[in-house]
Design a protein around this ligand. Structure first.
Ligand code: AP5
Length: 216
C-alpha cells in the first residue's frame, strides 16, 4: 500500500512514518532526509539544496521531482511506501500523479497530520535527531534514555539547522502558502484522510493504525 503523509513542519510525519514502516515492513521516503543526505555526501543536488533548506525555503519542483521519482522506482518490489514531505506544492502533486499513471503505481491515500501552531513550534524547538540512524527524539515528549545520546547506537544527538526559531516561523509561512493547498487537492480526488496529531505519539499512532486497517 502506498501513502502520502501531508502536514506542517513538526506535525509528526517523520516520527509516525518510521513507526508505521517498522511495524508494516513498508519503506519511508522522506524528501527532507534524502536532501540532507545529499548535502552530507556533497553531491551536486546537495550543493543546490543546502542554502535553500537552511533558509526554510522549498527546493525547486524539478530537482525534488527527479530525486523522488528515482527513489520510488527503486522501491517497485517493496510492500509499499510512505512519501513523507513530498509532494509539497501543487506542481509536485501534478507531476507525481503523471508519474504514478505512467509507472502504474496505485496511491491508496493522502494522510494529513493536523496540529496547532503552538504545538508545532514546541515540537520543532525540542527536536533532536540521531545523525547515524535517523531516530527522532524530543527533549521532553520523547526523550532518549540517556540525555543527548541515541538509544539505538549511542551517537550524540544533533539539532537540525532549520529548527532555529526564526527559520521555524518561515517554514510555517511557506507551508501555508505552498503546501496547505494540497489538502484540498487530495480531498477533491477522494484520497484525503485527516489525523488529529496533537496527542502523544502513542495515541496518534493508534489512530493511524486504525485508519491504516480501514484503508487497506
Ligand atoms: P523536512 O525534513 O521534510 O521537514 P518538514 O516538513 O518541515 O517536516 P519536519 O521533519 O520538520 O516535521 P515532521 O512532521 O516530520 O515532524 P517529526 O516527526 O520530526 O524538510 C526540510 C526542508 O527540506 C524543507 O524546509 C525544504 O527546504 C526541503 N524539502 C523537503 N521536502 C521538499 C519538497 N517536497 N519540495 C521542496 N523542498 C523540500 O516531529 C517533530 C518533533 O515532534 C520531534 O521532536 C518528535 O519527537 C516530536 N513529536 C512527533 N510526534 C509527536 C507527538 N504525537 N507527540 C509529541 N511529540 C511528537
Amino acid at each position: 500500500m502506498n501513502l502520502i503523509f501531508l502536514g506542517p513542519p513538526g506535525a509528526g510525519k517523520g516520527t509516525h512514518a518510521k513507526m508505521l514502516c517498522e511495524k508494516r515492513g513498508m519503506m519511508q521516503l522522506a524528501a527532507g532526509d534524502i536532501l540532507r543526505r545529499n548535502i552530507k555526501e556533497g553531491t551536486k543536488l546537495g550543493a543546490l539544496a543546502k542554502d535553500v533548506i537552511a533558509r526554510g525555503e522549498l527546493v525547486s519542483d524539478d530537482l525534488v521531482n527527479d530525486m523522488m521519482f528515482e527513489e520510488i522506482r527503486g522501491l517497485k518490489n517493496s510492500k509499499g511506501f510512505i512519501l513523507d514531505g513530498y509532494p509539497r506544492t501543487i506542481g509536485q502533486a501534478e507531476a507525481l500523479g503523471k508519474f504514478f499513471a505512467k509507472e502504474k503505481i496505485q496511491l491508496a491515500a493522502a494522510i494529513n497530520f493536523d496540529a496547532s501552531e503552538d504545538i508545532l513550534v514546541d515540537r520543532l524547538s525540542g527536536r533532536r535527531g540521531c545523525p547515524k540512524c535517523g531516530k527522532i527524539y524530543h527533549v521532553r515528549n520523547m526523550p532518549p534514555k540517556k540525555d543527548g545520546v541515541c538509544d539505538v547506537d549511542g551517537e550524540k544527538l544533533t539539532i537540525r539547522k532549520d529548527d532555529e526559531p526564526e527559520t521555524i516561523r518561515h517554514r510555517l509561512k511557506v507551508y501555508h502558502e505552498s503546501t496547505k493547498p494540497l489538502i484540498e487537492y487530495y480531498r477533491k480526488k477522494g484520497l484525503l484522510h485527516n489525523i488529529p496529531a496533537e496527542g502523544d505519539a502513542e495515541s496518534v499512532q493508534k489512530v493511524l493504525e486504525k485508519l491504516f486497517e480501514k484503508i487497506r
